[in-house]
Write a protein that binds this ligand. Sequence first.
Ligand code: WTA
Length: 662
Amino acid sequence: MAEYREVKTYDIPARLKGKGTGSHDRPKPHIDEATYKSNYQASITKIDEFWGKLGRETIDWDVPFKTVRHGGFEKGDVAWFPEGQLNASYNCVDRWAFRHPDKTAIIWEADEPGQGKEISYKELLAEVCQVANALTNMGVRKGDAVIVYLPMIPEAAVALLACARIGAVHSVVFAGFSADSLRDRAVDCDARVVITTDEGKRGGRTIATKSIVDAALKECPKVEHCLVVKRTGSDVPMQEGRDKWWHDAAAAERAYCSPVPVQSEDPLFILYTSGSTGKPKGVVHSTAGYLLGTALTVKHIFDVHENDRFACMADVGWITGHSYIVYGPLMNGVTTLIFESTPVYPTASRYWEVVAQHKLTQFYTAPTSIRLLRRLGEEHVKGHDLTSLRVIGTVGEPINPEAWDWYNENVGHGECAVVDTYWQTETGAHMISPFPGATKTKPGSATVPFWGVEPVLLDPQSGKLIEGNEVEGVLAIKQPWPSMARTIKGDHQRFLDVYLKPYPGYYFTGDGAARDKDGYIWIKGRVDDVCNVSGHRIGTAEIESALIQHPGVSESAVVGIADEVTGQAICAYVALKPSFSYDSHEALVKELVLQVRRNIGPFAAPKKILVVKDLPKTRSGKIMRRILRKVASNEADQLGDVSSLADPSVVDGIIEVWNKDQ
Ligand code: WTA
């Protein structure tokens, strides 16, 4: 634990005190140290009173709730504001379109600089309504699932809000997933409609989105309609009766559609995420609790005020995009940015040009981008006016102090609050993070819990509570919070088994963490078989099952290895069938990588593939990944006890292959 005891503590920065460079009107933060403390206490002691008040203030209700919360971790029947009725799209769009129709809701920063546009709340409302009506015409009703497979275009936000408007449940599939992954998700959630685009654009490249959808839909008998946004205008095949152009379908509709009220606990969306075993889980989020969590964290963790221009650089295909591009900012009626490109296109100054051009006030990205830009050099940041920024944040993986310092100095100029936000797909919104005007920060620590979140450290084996400071354990949460996931689509038992049963009475995060002498939380990373590559969660089991589909592979085992830029990278050990012969090792490795790209998607491609004779197994046949991890971390001299292996000599063969590969 030495590495985090010595780091510097940073006080509340200048721009959060109304000072700092540049002539910007800098509002007083919503929360100071004293209000954080008193609110936090109230949030865990006077739970109903605290959340009842915020629920009433933050959400516009069609039917008010009577009960604040019900249920618990024991049965997994958590419910918040159960009698309430509301509509997410009304709360994100209409109320602002009526109050400030011409305010920009969405800034779209297109792949090619200068080709984007701004959409006002009034325009957003009209388009959401037209698409909602078009979906209704396609037979979509309350509770039906709609798959959204879109790149980072404004229509992605419109699609989500249009589904929400009619009570349909969206399930966004990140547009980097392959046809196979898309098919599996569409089938799992019984989708009848898919929303996509002709092609995508990213970093100057064109992605054949529609053709991926066409391939997936060959095996999705329940999908009746496909709504296609025209992004590039390229000639793509349209299947008669099934495929419709978005702009034709929308233009034919009235630009108003009454929002359909849903119950608080009705699902707003399903989002698939990787676990340590089996196929991806369709995490189900509620409507009211989720909206409350995202609205409040945007307001307080990013200290968003009315005239702010907020930018989250994630993809809408992940939870970060759902919560911090679409729902959270729009719940606050502010301006949000949709970024189609990459941090290095056309140059490594892109992010900073965007900040300066749009005078962004908050900027949120992943540590992996910061590490990449740090490596490319300060000169790309210099010379851009970044004085509009007040809060800069990261999410997705632990941020190393060097990257934190670089971000703070070069982007924040030492005057912005740096918020390292810890949370998960399943938590819906931030769980542990500094509050800009209230929390002193330490590079590398996610610091303090959000309201209503009671983090605890448990002994991984006994499950016993580890009290006091300067301790480490697995991270769990003691009480239900409004934005937590409610279940896994079609498999509530799995929800219980994965999150609520491992440590009875607690929600188990799957992460390890430490608490330092000041009570600050330091996230240590996953304690299960989930890898984190560039902030993307990838289950090792998924990659293994992709590799095994190659005709030559008899077995595979995947582990994460440290990577300077991506945090972790995938390393796959593969054993071949004795009968399989091949000419070129290089060609085989390429084929195996392709197999993963085809099966899951390019972002899951292994960085290293090691073809070994055998995998290390216990006598009962279980692969000992611990050994593979050690070898892949160049720690073959610290393998520990290998006596439980069925054949300890296998290890020598693996070390030999590893050494040869270096
Ligand atoms: C990791 C992304 C350290 C963690 C919102 C978690 C983090 C997983 C942080 C969830 C952080 C996320 N510091 N680790 N600030 N934020 N993680 O579901 O391992 O894609 O369990 O949600 O990312 O990833 P997911």
